[in-house]
Design a protein around this ligand. Structure first.
Ligand SMILES: [Zn+2]
Length: 394
């Protein structure tokens, strides 16, 4: 089972210069390999060049360019050639459907990661227990300091050196053996929402964390100021950086929140039923006024509500992925169910309810029910876990 850790790296000045050169050389290799395949496709009557052919040529390229391509890790270069292979594979798949744009060459500033095989041109040295710094050695770059904020479990397979804007990261991919948790003896249905983060069929509610609203407020304010600033000015640049920084912070907070929330669910339940998310449906905007007057929220509020939602929406797929990864590692199961009508049919008797308010459904036989809790029960049942619809209350 694969697992990925992403850590911030702090190369020294000279290391950064060499890392930029590493990316540039790999970018050249990528583009050259793409060029060759493109020529073969265009001129040699739609023949294809295979990864194996290019990998063999690499030896020759390294021999004639010992101070350039020849300095780099052979296996890392093979990984870059594999990327060309992947890109070409999806190109040919698109050709079959008739809408194929040929894969593009990458400019140097857009090629931002190189994959190394551990102990072959790169080496991971984890932080000592209680220490915060780990080290990653990359051929042609050096031994880079890495801030390791959590322990790495499993066998290290690959190390990626990655640039994101002006920051550097090391991505550690490991192979881990699942460590099954003892059976919890419970299953659960989870309803995901916009008003609340999630509601479980056990009645547990996880609210949207406060940092979302704070971030939405800050980001809306920064965007307003940026819109008012003169284009191309130093002020615009500073505001753009401040915005990027604020987004980064909220992404980190959200990541942390997802991990903790998923951890708690996986610890408590053997099987977790979740709706298959309709992300397209969740991003509808703007929100009508909650008072039902048919109007929309005033501008500022609408912008902030929209932001709140977009911060949240971007997180849903990630949360589901986090949940699945943690479940898999712990020997738990996540079941995805069709979300159609999960919130509107009564979970007790199956009768179609009315929904006068976002947070409540009214069953003609059972009366008002919390809409999210009702949804969570239905998700549970639909996954084949609940007891199913019971007789209506007398
Ligand atoms: Zn009912």
């Amino acid at each position: 089972m694969r697992r990925t850790y992403k850590f911030r790296a702090y190369p020294t000045g000279p290391q950064e210069v060499r890392a930029v050169r590493l990316l540039r050389d790999h970018c050249d290799l990528y583009n050259a390999a793409l060029q060759e395949r493109r020529d073969a496709w265009r001129h040699v009557s739609k023949t294809t060049v295979r990864y194996g052919d290019q990998s063999a040529q690499l030896k020759e390229i390294r021999r004639v360019d010992p101070t350039g391509q020849g300095r780099h890790s052979f296996t890392a270069q093979q990984q870059t050639l594999r990327r060309v292979d992947t890109v070409m594979g999806s190109f040919f798949a698109r050709v079959k459907t008739g809408k194929a744009g040929y894969p593009r060459f990458k400019p140097h500033n857009r090629f931002d990661q190189v994959v190394f095989v551990d102990r072959d041109g790169a080496k991971w040295s984890p932080a000592e227990p209680g220490a915060r710094w780990a080290f990653a050695r990359f051929q042609a770059v050096g031994t880079v300091k890495v801030r390791q904020h959590r322990p790495v479990r499993g066998t290290v397979k690959t190390l990626q050196l990655k640039r994101e804007h002006r920051r550097w990261y090391v991505i550690v991919v490991v192979d881990v053996e699942p460590e099954p948790l003892p059976a919890a003896g419970h299953t659960v249905g989870v309803d995901v929402g916009v008003a609340r983060f999630l509601t479980t069929s056990d009645g547990q509610v996880v609210d949207n964390p406060r940092f979302l609203a704070a971030a939405a407020g800050d980001i809306a304010e920064l965007q307003r100021r940026k819109a008012r600033s003169r284009r191309g000015s130093g002020n615009t640049r500073r505001l753009r950086q401040a915005l990027a920084k604020r987004w980064r912070k909220v992404r980190h907070q959200r990541h942390d929140f997802h991990h903790k929330t998923a951890r708690a669910l996986v610890d408590a339940y053997d099987v977790l039923a979740v709706e298959t998310l309709n992300v397209a449906g969740m991003t509808r905007a703007p929100q009508p006024r909650p008072d039902g007057t048919g109007g929309y929220l005033p501008n500022g509020a609408a912008a902030k509500a929209g932001l709140n939602k977009s911060i949240l929406d971007a997180g849903w797929t990630r949360f589901a992925n986090t949940l699945v990864a943690k479940a898999e590692e712990a020997g738990r199961r996540v079941v995805f169910v069709n979300p159609a009508y999960t919130s509107i049919d009564c979970h007790r008797c199956g009768t179609r309810c009315t929904r006068p308010r976002q947070d409540t459904v009214i069953c003609p036989r059972c009366g008002p029910i919390d809409a999210d809790l009702n949804g969570a029960h239905n998700v549970h049942t639909r996954a084949g876990l609940g007891s199913g619809h019971t007789a209506p209350a007398a």
